[in-house]
Design a binder for this molecule. Structure first.
Ligand SMILES: Cc1cc2nc3c(=O)[nH]c(=O)nc-3n(C[C@H](O)[C@H](O)[C@H](O)COP(=O)(O)OP(=O)(O)OC[C@H]3O[C@@H](n4cnc5c(N)ncnc54)[C@H](O)[C@@H]3O)c2cc1C
Ligand code: SF4
Length: 512
């Protein structure tokens, strides 16, 4: 029997630099497949499904043009068995492959499906590295082996040293590891950030196919003009644009929020990174090169802020995910059970911050980090929403949402449902923080200075009520001590009023 190998390329494994693609090999076929099980394990944003399928089709076409033997199974192919495992089983038996190979999946769910399949296939099966990340879960675990808890900063410094990123010998460049204090300003009135980079792709065929196949989705798309980068060339253009136009003020405004500027100085690189169209190291090196060649136009604080996101947060979240799955998915520290309010699917709320963050998410498949953390995530945490519902929403709505990165960010960092595995304290705030970092409050029905009355900002009432409600769980946390010190100074009468008002707010949560 002649040897024949089938290599599976998942929708988030589109790296042309992978060693699989050094050159075409006789007897090796590659397969990409659009399957119902992946398109519908949660209701995804329509732009997310379109982005994945477009990127996969473009990648398959590129491989084909380079002489690789590619099999592509479309969603509407009558022979499609609609799950990864059943399609592979069918291909292996019908084509008599002698070997099946797959790259390490990024997600636990997919890894479980493929590992189980591999163990029962009639031919040999081999798993290889995806060659994408800077670190392995084992490296993550080794960094923390003598520590009681995970600290991102510690991990980040190890990655900086390991890859010699912004280092001066064994010291950090500028003698500091962290420039956060110089970053994170509100967008000044009248300041207009550069236009976000956009592409223009006709995706009518995919959108029509999804409708015909009755794939449930959320959000909107302009099928005649799809704007996200979905090829490597477009991703590289997005990276170039970021380095020249956005990096100079990336750090300064990375936490700012604005009704008229949805992307501000953010890179829009998460989809390209999470689908492996770009590697984290090349993105980091491009930013450092731009900083070095900028003759001072790009400060160290800006580039350090950016490198921290990718070498630090992104890799750290992956380490947490692979160290704590599958249990992480079920953690619910506060035992929250409230359903997600209906306006998370429509944006129809009087709370201007939520209205903007949600509407933008529905229209773009995108919100930046602080909108996700301090607006939508903050609200669901303070309101005691069931973390399963919160996860499902985040996993569906964002173009970059893949479980390995979504879950630790949402259930861990934002909802503190892990009780402090990712972060040392819950990221929560009253309306004051939202007002400090955005222009949302000035046009809101609610008043960010008030906690009572018809116009009292729900974030204020719920913030204090959250602290009171969860006192037994949080009071001893030194990082949240300030909130409890202020609470201790509050009169009993005010505390009772807050509890009553919060009850009213939560009973009428759908009408806020
Ligand atoms: C509740 C919540 C859910 C999130 N869900 C996701 C998700 O599903 N997928 C996802 O990629 N990111 C997620 N993030 C992180 C972050 O919000 C996005 O990576 C970022 O908004 C993507 O936009 P950008 O490419 O313009 O990012 P930039 O602001 O330009 O940052 C550059 C890159 O840094 C990386 N990065 C920054 N912060 C993080 C972080 N906390 N974790 C991992 N990578 C980070 C991303 O790859 C990003 O592309 C989430 C954050 C929160 C608070
Ligand atoms: S006043 Fe409160 S609800 Fe309104 S935008 Fe500000 S923080 Fe949001």
């Amino acid at each position: 029997m002649t040897d024949r190998t089938l290599r599976l390329i998942l929708g988030d494994q589109l790296s042309i630099d992978h060693s699989w693609f050094t050159q075409p090999t006789t007897g090796v076929d590659y397969v990409l497949m659009e399957v119902r099980s992946e398109a519908s394990y949660v209701p995804h944003h329509i732009q997310k499904i379109v982005a994945f399928f477009s990127a996969m089709r473009a990648f398959a076409a590129e491989l084909d043009a380079r002489g690789f033997s590619v099999r592509y199974i479309r969603l509407d192919d009558p022979a499609n068995r609609q799950s990864l495992a059943s399609n592979i089983e069918h291909l292996v038996s019908s084509t008599a492959y002698t070997r099946f190979e797959y790259q390490e999946p990024d997600e636990y769910r997919v890894a479980h499906e493929l590992d189980t399949l591999a163990s029962r296939l009639s031919c040999g099966a081999v798993k290889v590295s995806s060659e994408h990340f800077l670190t392995t879960p084992e490296f993550f675990q080794s960094v923390f082996k003598d520590h009681k808890r995970y600290v991102m900063e510690l991990f980040y410094r190890e990655v900086r040293k390991r890859y010699d990123l912004l280092m001066d010998g064994d010291k950090p460049l500028g003698d500091r590891w962290n420039f956060d204090a110089e970053n994170r300003k509100k967008l000044p009135t009248g300041h207009t950030p550069p236009k976000p980079i956009e592409f223009s792709r006709d995706v009518r065929d995919i959108v029509e196919m999804l409708r015909a196949q009755k794939i449930r989705s959320i959000g909107t798309v302009d099928p005649a003009r799809f704007t996200w980068p979905i090829t490597r060339a477009e991703s590289l253009q997005t990276l170039d644009y970021f380095c020249s136009a956005l990096l100079p003020l990336f750090g300064t405004y990375q936490d700012a929020m604005h009704t008229e500027h949805r992307f501000l100085y953010h890179s829009k690189l998460s989809f390209a990174l999470n689908t492996h169209l770009l590697s984290p190291l090349e993105v980091i090196h491009a930013a450092i090169k731009a900083f070095e060649g900028s003759k001072g136009e790009i400060s160290l604080a800006q580039v350090e802020g950016f490198v921290r996101q990718i070498a630090g947060w992104r890799e750290f979240m992956r380490g947490i995910y692979w160290t704590h799955m599958p249990d992480f998915k079920d953690l619910n520290f506060f035992q929250n059970t409230r359903p997600l309010p209906g306006y998370f699917w429509t944006g129809d709320t009087k709370m201007n911050c939520l209205k903007h963050a949600i509407t933008q998410s529905l229209e773009e498949g995108y919100a930046h980090h602080i909108q996700r953390l301090m607006v939508t995530g903050n609200f669901t945490l303070l309101a005691g929403i069931d973390p399963n519902a919160v996860d499902e929403w985040y996993l569906g709505i964002y173009i970059d949402a893949i479980e390995w990165v979504q879950l630790p960010n949402t259930r861990g960092m934002s909802q503190f449902a892990d009780g402090g595995i990712v972060g040392t304290k819950p990221y929560c705030s009253s309306g004051q923080y939202i007002n400090k970092m955005s222009n949302y409050c000035s046009k809101c029905f609610y008043n960010y200075k008030e906690k009572f009355g018809e116009r009292g900002c729900p974030f204020n009432t719920l913030y204090w009520d959250f602290l009171m409600r969860n006192k037994a769980l949080l009071e001893k946390n030194p990082r949240i001590g300030m909130g409890y010190q202020l609470l201790a100074k509050m009169s009993d009468q005010d505390k009772t009023r807050i509890a009553e008002k919060a009850r009213e707010v939560l009973e009428n949560i759908e009408d806020l």
